[in-house]
Design a protein around this ligand. Sequence first.
Ligand code: GDP
Ligand code: IMO
Ligand code: MG
Length: 421
Amino acid sequence: MIDVLLGLQWGDEGKGKIVDHLAEKYDIIARFQGGPNAGHTLYVNGTKVVLHTIPSGVFHEHCLNLIGNGVVIDPVTLQNEIQKIKPLCPGLTDRLFLSHRAHLILPTHRALDAASETAKGADKIGSTLKGIGPAYMDKTGRNGLRVGDILSKNFKEKYDRLTRKHLEILGQYEQVVDWKQWEQPFFEAAEQIAQLQIVNAEYWLDNHMKAGKRVLAEGAQGSMLDVDFGTYPFVTSSNTIAAGVCNGLGVAPSKIGEVYGITKAYCTRVGGGPFPTELLDETGEALRAAGNEFGATTGRPRRCGWIDLVALRYAVMLSGVTKLIITKADVMDNFNPIKAATAYIADGRETKEFPYDVCDVTIEPVYESFAGWDQPIGKCTQYADLPQVFRDYCRFVEDYLETKIAYISNGTGRDQLLSIP
Ligand code: GDP
Ligand code: IMO
Ligand code: MG
């Protein structure tokens, strides 16, 4: 069986920290989608580490880590990441595996991402500019290069052919970044990547599962950034929901076990696009300050707002979440009251369904208010230690989402995680 952990909002829910914790119980951690647009933060012996492509189980010596076919890999970012964490991570490359089938991000993909965003002007997605969209476009357009191609004799030829195609498209844009400077580092990093353990990952995983190994699939981004079900077109280019695990790793739906869904106790979004519960006032700013809400990949300030139970219920439904995890509960310590959106007024009609159109229709959230707890909870070590008002709030969230909370995270530290009996 393979369990899944994914974000239920617009990313940055604290997936890195939770995977790092859960990794104790698993033998293999596998990334199934996304790429270096992800920034997963965790703390290793007090040192902050941000992972972009490498799975967050890597700091556990018993864990094998797989980068699956659904991931898009920038060899330079991956190589830099390996060099950076090597000193903290004994046996890193012995425990890191790559699928032959994972697609590569080329320097010209990054140039295309930048050119496309600039051309969109005020309507830009707010992409991380890592080349994600163009790389996935080449995958579905059947032009892409894969990790396995690095091993082929004519890799350079294939690269040149695709780059020529990109240059034709780039010729249509007014502003094009100097991507040539990235070419040499790309080939150097690709050579290094060729030395890593590149496997037929679907068989590799199946054999491990048959041998009884426990596998956790680690999601990137969040459900509301899913290319099909998110706030399109302000989304990423992969399927971030549980369905993405099957085609991003080559495992059958019947093999999926628990689905852990993570939400912050409030809500954030980085980049453009609709965000119904966004707070553009001092409460939003206070959330940003209290939660230190600045992007782990780009450093951009994250937009902040109240928790959105309408969007969360949608995300729970889409992935069949069996266990909820609430992170950053401590950030709410000094907010009173605390609000939660329980319905939307969309086009004048009240609804609890996430609407198809959230871009051109005004959405007004309907809020329920809860008493704050006005005390720090970061030192609580058991659920019973938490203030009663906080536990009442948790009960409300569980009832609304019809899903039990398994963990509450009350700080950045590895040990600041309460499991709920
Ligand atoms: P990810 O992309 O889902 O892995 O999340 P990020 O790492 O981008 O952002 C989550 C941020 O919140 C990181 O800086 C974490 O260290 C931090 N964090 C995670 N859990 C908690 C928590 O319970 N409380 C607080 N205060 N910070 C947390
Ligand atoms: P983690 O895994 C938050 C957002 C970008 C942009 C949109 C498209 O750390 O949760 P892309 O680079 O994919 O073309 O950007 O998606 N985005 C994220 N936001 N966390 C992430 O990853 C994100 N990855 C992409 O800000 O709005
Ligand atoms: Mg992140």
